[in-house]
Every structure is written in C-alpha cells, then in structure tokens.
Design a protein around this ligand. Structure first.
Ligand code: SF4
Length: 92
C-alpha cells in the first residue's frame, strides 16, 4: 500500500504494520510479539521465563501488569500472585 504520487507507505499501511507487531522491552530483554489477533498479543510464559515463585521481592502480586486474581496484561495464561517473569514492572 503506497501512495501512487510519492511511492511512500499510506497511513493505512502504517496502521496495518503497527497493528500486527509489537515490541515489548523490559529488563533489557526485547520480546517480539506477533499480534495477528488480540489474544496472540501476549507473550508466552516460556518466552519471558515465567516462574511460579518470586524473584526476591519482585512478584506478580506487586507488578503493574498483574490483573487479580490470576491474569497478566502482557503474559499469556494464568499467573499466580507469587509468580515472576522477565516482564516484571513494579507498581509505582
Ligand atoms: S511478573 Fe510477569 S507474569 Fe507476573 S504480572 Fe508481571 S509481567 Fe505478568
């Protein structure tokens, strides 16, 4: 999708590209997420080294991405409040 007058991508092409891919940078780790559907936008637990135990004081229960009682905004599947992963972001 290019503009025939200047051969540059159209706004629609830019939106399509941005809608299908997302980059999440956390803790020095970059995880590319394919986002062909909203459900696929979350990272796999194995990709972000999710574990059911905390890392020191860092745990899902005090992470900004945690959705009680057992979900996460950025990681797929059930998570527990005592869990942890590379995407951890402390609540402010
Ligand atoms: S530590 Fe990871 S899995 Fe747990 S809530 Fe935060 S981002 Fe989600």
């Amino acid at each position: 999708m290019t503009d025939s007058t200047n051969n540059k991508p159209t706004d629609a092409a830019r939106r399509l590209f941005l809608g299908r891919a997302a980059l999440v940078v956390a803790g020095g780790v970059t995880v590319a997420l394919a986002a062909s559907s909203p459900a696929a936008a979350k990272a796999k637990q194995t990709a972000v080294k999710y574990q059911t135990t905390p890392k020191g004081k860092a745990a899902c229960g005090n992470c900004a991405q945690f959705i009680a009682p057992k979900s996460c905004k950025v990681v797929d599947g059930d998570v527990v409040p005592t869990g942890w992963c590379l995407m951890y972001a402390p609540k402010t």
